[in-house]
Design a protein around this ligand. Structure first.
Ligand SMILES: Cc1ncc(COP(=O)(O)O)c(C=O)c1O
Length: 395
């Protein structure tokens, strides 16, 4: 074998999202795109806000000398200042550009953070259901993951279960709100309880345990609510986020990581993160995108569109007898599988040209994920197919 055994294994166990994507391509070829309802990918169907295109046009027409050159590995200071200003306003903390590193999306940012903090064999607690790439990212840097279930009724972090999982080898807890795949927003009370428990455990174990908050969906909150900022509740916290979802720019690979100014050895962590951004080969986040997002920190795609899509699907499906937690943000639904075997259910859905991802792909057998970041037309056209599928599985 000419490639690493571990990678060969990973390829052979291709993710469910990838497998369903391939099924989708086959169905589309057979029935036509209009008759296939693909809810597998978290790839926003909406366009970036008009302000983004306006700024892009301006830069193309009036280029700034040197705008395509290397810069500080942390990113442009003016962009980091704009991000810091936004975060200071949001949290009431004194966040400066020195607490920010611009990154090539949240996926890259998580890799930067894990490389910065993990010694070989150290543990990162992840909360099931989880975004499956987490396991690979931790493994990339010699760490191991420990899975802890969220509360089954609410999908909120289960503080007692997390406390029980923390040991002398725990280096970090990874959280994600609004969550992929559940769409659940963690409450301020949950975050405060988490922060209190972690202060106690860190004292007891005499070690820093970071909370890494993966928040690419943070601006997609519904029903007039805001996602509670983690920095206010958890001292040793790092935010990793991107503009893949809030500005609909996933292909542009732009985001940032931010360190809580109150955390242990903050300056050292920042120095480490800037170094790791460089040596992982990202070097710096895309220069053009850094310029553009500096002025867009208060912009977002139309969140009411996502809320409307959630409502149409949530009420239709619960009306048919599907059971699920009503999401407070993001663009996913995570219902219970009506069949015990979630993979068998997802296969049944294929008979009705509905493409879904089984919960098994998120460490959560017995559920399935719907990514509703698709055109409203797809959602509306899919409703009769959902009716037939519900009947087919005895709902
Ligand atoms: C929970 C979560 N984290 C991280 C990412 C990675 O996003 P990106 O690297 O595009 O910022 C995604 C993408 O879907 C996600 O759902």
């Amino acid at each position: 074998m000419s490639i690493a055994t571990k990678i060969q294994g990973a390829i052979e166990n291709a993710s469910w999202i990838r497998r369903m994507f391939e099924e989708g391509a086959a169905l589309t070829a057979r029935f036509g795109a209009e008759n296939v309802y693909d809810f597998t990918l978290g790839n926003p169907a909406v366009e970036p806000p008009e302000a983004f295109r306006r700024e892009l046009r301006k830069l193309a027409e009036q280029p700034i000398p040197g705008m395509h050159r290397y810069m500080n590995n942390a990113g442009y200071d003016f962009t980091r200042q704009a991000v810091a200003e936004f975060l200071s306003e949001q949290t009431g903390l004194a966040i400066t550009s020195g607490h920010i590193v611009m990154i090539c999306g949240a996926g890259a940012g998580l890799n930067v953070v894990f490389k910065t903090i993990l010694n070989p064999g150290e543990e990162v607690i992840i909360l099931a259901p989880f975004f499956v790439e987490y396991k690979f990212y931790v493994d990339n840097h010699g760490g191991t993951t420990k899975e802890v279930w969220t509360d089954r009724e609410t999908f909120q972090p289960d503080i007692k279960a997390i406390e029980a999982a923390i040991g002398p080898n725990t280096r970090a807890l990874l959280i994600n709100s609004p969550n992929n795949p559940t769409g659940v927003v963690y409450t301020a009370e949950t975050l405060t309880a988490l922060g209190t428990m972690l202060e106690r455990k860190q004292k007891e174990l005499k070690r820093t345990i970071y909370v890494i908050s993966d928040e690419p969906y943070a601006r997609l909150a519904f029903d007039g609510n805001k996602v509670p900022p983690v920095f206010q509740s958890i001292r040793n916290s790092i935010v990793v986020t991107s503009h893949s979802k809030d500005l609909a720019l996933p292909g542009e690979r732009i985001g940032y990581l931010a360190a809580n100014p109150a955390m242990d050895d903050c300056a050292l962590f920042m120095e480490g993160a800037v170094f790791c951004n460089r040596v992982l080969g990202f070097v710096n986040a895309p220069a053009l995108m850094q310029r553009l997002v500096a002025g867009l920190q208060r912009e977002s795609v139309d969140v009411s569109e996502y809320q409307h899509k959630r409502d149409v699907l949530y009420y239709h499906l619960t009306g048919l007898g599907f059971k699920m937690v009503k999401p407070g943000g993001g663009f996913y639904l995570f219902p219970q599988s009506p069949l015990e075997d979630d993979v068998a259910f997802v296969r049944k859905a294929l008979d009705h040209n509905i493409l879904l991802v089984p919960g098994s792909g998120f460490g959560a057998p017995g559920y399935f994920r719907i990514a509703y970041c698709v055109d409203m037309g797809v959602i509306k056209r899919s409703l009769p197919a959902w009716d037939k599928l519900a009947k087919d599985v005895g709902l």
